[in-house]
Design a protein around this ligand. Sequence first.
Ligand SMILES: [Zn+2]
Length: 258
Amino acid sequence: VKKWRLKNLLQRRYGTFEVGREYFYREEPYSPIIWTSVITGRKPEEHGIRAWWLYGGILERIRWWPIIRHIKGKRRILWRLGLKAHVPNRGDLRCETIFDVVKPSVAVYVPGYNESTEFHERLFKVSGWNVDRYIREAWRIHEERKRATLRALEENRNWKLFMAYFDLADHVGHTYIKRNRLRVLRAYLELNSLAGRLQELVPPGTIFLIISDHGMRAVEDDVAGRHTTYAFWSLNLDTDWEPRDFTDFYPKILEWTR
Ligand SMILES: [Zn+2]
């Protein structure tokens, strides 16, 4: 973001912090765990969300047994058996979210609150295929997230908190960080221009906070990119405040929206 001088993503103040191991799954920072902490202000052991896919009832408990949890590809097996999973949302949480506390608030496909299971199913279905097909689907989903965000902004005028989530950089980053940096740049340029558009659309004086749960790096032993272990944030506000953990955002947002 800094090297490519993406001003709308950098905003006035920006920084990074190290992601704690409690947010990791298979040695990497993991989005559903992290975003649930952002929107609840609770550490992972408190909110209980550990993965993108949740199964109901007994199956959900069995899958974390040591023998079962290390089986790779079990989701595809369960899928064939007709056992459908969903991504974690409000109903799966044991605690309140920021959207239950700050009102009126708008959340557009926020993981841990109202993320679309359909998006993840669509990506899952094409994930074993060629990369072009996967990336086309990721861009299509990005356009849908964007349209939903713009529509929600237009339909709701008096919110105190508005949050949207975009995962394009993750999909494109995993696929192309090693093979084709230009395609990664293209995704970042799109996110930078989207940020600019949203910054113009929100009412004057709105505090604009951007959070990235991790970055992407190329590794030697794999064509796919791996998550970096630092998070990025930026703000359009002059302040001395700097987040050091994902749980720091919750109390700050409460303070801003008081
Ligand atoms: Zn990822």
